[in-house]
Design a protein around this ligand. Structure first.
Ligand code: SAH
Length: 226
């Protein structure tokens, strides 16, 4: 089984960007996931190929037309497509590692990248789009947000990252942040590696890491412990 991503965007040339590099790009080369891009403008219906119009009720900016976006969605995703349809949006539910894990276990995703002031509400309803936010700030478009989501998802697909169990200890996987990491040299600018980590006592190492994780989480992200 392979993860099939369809991205609808006015800027397909921004992809694959970081999704083409390193293990994520190699994973696509090995057929573990695929990325198909659809140019929204190809679904414009008028001779000016317009995809947006002024907001009903007035105000600044432009709004993506529902008919154009619906046509693009219908072209990549038929009615029985099991994949979730995501709309990158600052109004969405904030993306979490838990949602990322669920997506990675599924067949793929259809991802709509917004632009301008926003998207006509009726197409969000009519095509059952799930709004997903990557954080409480506003980007200029959904493309970078879609890349963030896909990079987080694809690295969890079996075979994409080298060591399968390298996920288990990571930040958020156990509801805590990851413990501090060290490597050689033994002394860096006068700072030593905590002695327990070079003691060879695996039980002690595990306990130190668990405690360090908890301390870090309590001071930086107490919300995660609640
Ligand atoms: N006027 C809108 C913001 C539009 S920003 C509002 O106030 O909600 C233009 C596009 O960028 C959005 O349609 C969305 O696709 C994308 N975008 C901006 N911020 C985002 C975020 N935090 N997460 C996901 N997508 C975002």
């Amino acid at each position: 089984m392979s993860f099939a991503a369809d991205v609808i965007t006015l800027f397909p040339e921004l992809f694959p960007g970081p999704l083409g590099a390193s293990v994520i790009g190699r994973g696509a080369g090995e057929g573990r996931w695929s990325l198909k891009l659809t140019q929204l403008r190809d679904f414009a219906v008028d001779r000016h190929r317009s995809v947006d119009d002024t907001p009903s009720g007035g105000g600044a900016g432009m709004v993506l037309r529902p008919d154009v976006l619906a046509a693009a969605i219908d072209a990549v995703s038929h009615q029985n497509d099991p994949r979730p349809r995501l709309l990158m949006s600052p109004r969405g539910k904030p993306l979490t590692q838990q949602r990322v894990r669920a997506l990675a276990a599924g067949p793929g995703a259809v991802i709509v990248c917004g632009r301008f002031e926003g998207i006509d509400e009726r197409v969000i309803e009519a095509r059952n789009l799930e709004e997903v936010s990557i954080g409480d700030y506003v980007l200029a478009g959904g493309e970078v947000a879609a890349m963030v989501l896909l990079e987080a998802v694809v690295r969890l697909i079996p075979g994409v990252l080298g060591a399968e169990d390298s996920h288990a200890d990571e930040s958020f996987e156990n509801g805590v942040l990851e413990y501090p990491q060290y490597t050689r040299p033994a002394v860096f600018e006068g700072r030593e590696i905590p002695a327990v980590l070079t003691s060879g006592d695996h039980g002690k190492v595990a306990r130190w890491r668990r405690e360090a994780s908890e301390t870090l989480t309590r001071s930086r992200r107490p919300d995660l412990l609640r």
